[in-house]
Ligand binder design. Structure first.
Ligand code: 9D3
Length: 237
């Protein structure tokens, strides 16, 4: 899989893809991740990436020209209908479809090429959305100062789903074993720490009883923190 990130803050990504599962996937050549400075695709002498919004208002809007030039360079064409099969151009924006696990699964394909455009300021010239973007995605209902943290979240959710990206000790199937519930609590040694004891059931080796306890705790936690997950077939995790 190839992932290209387009941003006006390339330094933001200097180390963030160099740890854990993403680092291992890069080393194993399961994924190639390249970060590009939008400014490198400008042609004017001031290297302008943004401008004031038509119609007035606060903030600045990312100009279309550098983004079109970048897409043409990275994909080979800036005509959406001519993108090679398996090409996705994602605009990270507060107006996008909310990211969920099922959407991440749609993107996790070894053969695909994903270009992520990080929005900023008041937004991105809508002609980018209208003609280049295949998927407009938000990571949730809160305000970020730009698309960069959202791009990191999306890359992380996708890369760990690629075949062989996880070690043998962890597994993506483990993610869904409690069928749409939050995870149960976990404990490790020592069995007593500062007077706090690990629940007896986890120490007695009765695996049927342990499974029953875990399911009960998972349900309890889900009821407390995520009632929405109990109401129908929503957040798959
Ligand atoms: C004044 C209206 N705001 C839109 C809700 C303006 C605005 C806020 C934040 C414009 C851009 C941004 C920057 N955010 C992102 O680029 C972004 C984002 C987010 O803020 N929340 C969740 N997901 C995402 S993906 C990109």
């Amino acid at each position: 899989m190839k992932i290209d990130v387009l941003t006006i803050f390339p330094e933001f990504f200097l180390q963030i893809f160099d740890f854990g599962i993403i680092r291992r996937a890069k080393l194993a050549e399961i994924v190639k991740i390249n970060v590009h400075d939008l400014r490198e695709f400008t042609t004017d002498k001031h290297r302008m990436v943004d401008d004031r919004p038509f119609g007035g208002g606060d903030g600045m809007v990312l100009k279309p020209e550098p983004i079109f030039a970048a897409i043409e360079k990275l994909i080979g064409t800036a005509v959406r209908d001519d993108y090679p099969a398996g090409t996705k151009v994602v605009l990270l924006s507060p107006q996008g479809r909310p990211l969920r696990q099922d959407l991440a699964k749609e993107f996790a394909d070894v053969d695909s090429h994903v270009v992520l455009i990080c929005g900023r300021y008041e937004g991105v010239d809508e002609r980018v959305n209208e003609t280049l973007v295949t998927d407009e995605i938000s990571i949730g209902d809160y305000v970020l100062s730009g698309g960069e943290p959202a791009a990191v979240v999306l890359v992380d959710t996708i890369v760990r789903l690629l075949p062989d990206a996880l070690g043998s000790d962890t597994s993506a199937e483990n993610d869904s074993f409690s069928d749409g519930l939050l995870d149960c609590p976990h404990y490790t040694r020592p069995a007593e720490f500062m007077g706090m004891k690990v629940p007896d059931v986890l120490l007695n080796g009765n695996h049927a009883e342990i499974e029953k306890w875990r399911r009960g705790k998972a349900l309890e936690k889900t009821r407390l923190n995520r009632q929405d997950l109990l109401e129908g077939e929503k957040g798959e995790m």
